[in-house]
Design a protein. Structure first.
Length: 194
């Protein structure tokens, strides 16, 4: 295996709990598969997948402190729901701690939780790989979305957002929906219906 991926894997094993580490490896390989399907650089996709949740196991108060210290701006929604911060902070750590300079990889990590309107191919690969990787079991419609992901990437993005928003609206998280998640859904609904 690629030396850079291998050494980051070893570091992440220390930073993440067991199930998060297993999810991370699942996302790395699933991102590699989607890259094969859509003609993207496989190594870059795997590196982004490997690092996408690198900030996930940092306690909330520490995440907020680290953002303050490093001038990473947080929205109200992020401050109120600190688990959302791992995306932005993850992109920061991917660069500063794990030495990744590639802006495409850093961007894909930054937007992986909410998505973003007009995502590039790598953004969409990571957004979907995160949702469909084999260790995921809870989300509804997983078999269907797994299939669509390899058929029509934009359609899979719409379905994923539809289910995520449905889940958030039904749960106590209703008031915590990030406007970017909604904007992303609206954007891809249009793109897909064209
Ligand atoms: O870090 P992971 O668990 O692997 O995956 P993730 O970074 O996509 O986070 C998934 C969670 O984030 C899932 O419970 C849905 C939630 N989420 C996605 N968009 C929003 C959101 N939560 C809130 N509060 N607001 C959002 O807009
Ligand atoms: Fe995440
Ligand atoms: Fe994840």
């Amino acid at each position: 295996m690629d030396g850079q991926l291998h050494s980051i894997e070893k570091e992440l094993k220390k930073e993440l709990d067991k199930s998060r580490y297993e999810h991370t490896i699942g996302v790395m390989y699933t991102a590699g598969c989607l890259a094969m399907r859509y003609g993207y650089d496989m190594k870059k996709a795997m590196l982004a997948g490997l690092l996408h949740d690198c900030a996930k196991n940092i306690p909330s108060d520490k995440k907020i402190k680290m953002c303050k210290k490093n001038h990473i701006k947080l929205s109200r929604i992020e401050t109120e729901n600190p688990y959302l911060i791992h995306a932005k902070l993850g992109a920061f750590l991917a660069k500063e701690k794990y030495g990744v300079e590639d802006e495409e990889i850093l961007h894909a990590i930054r937007v992986h939780t909410t998505g973003a309107p007009a995502m590039n191919l790598l953004d969409k690969i990571i957004f979907l790989a995160d949702y469909i990787e084999p260790n995921r079991t809870k989300a509804q419609n997983l078999p269907q979305i797994r299939h669509i992901a390899f058929e029509d990437i934009d359609k899979a993005v719409v379905k994923t957002l539809e289910d995520t928003l449905g889940y958030l609206k039904d749960s106590r998280k209703r008031d915590s929906i990030d406007p970017i998640t909604l904007q992303t859904y609206e954007y891809y609904k249009e793109v897909h219906n064209e």
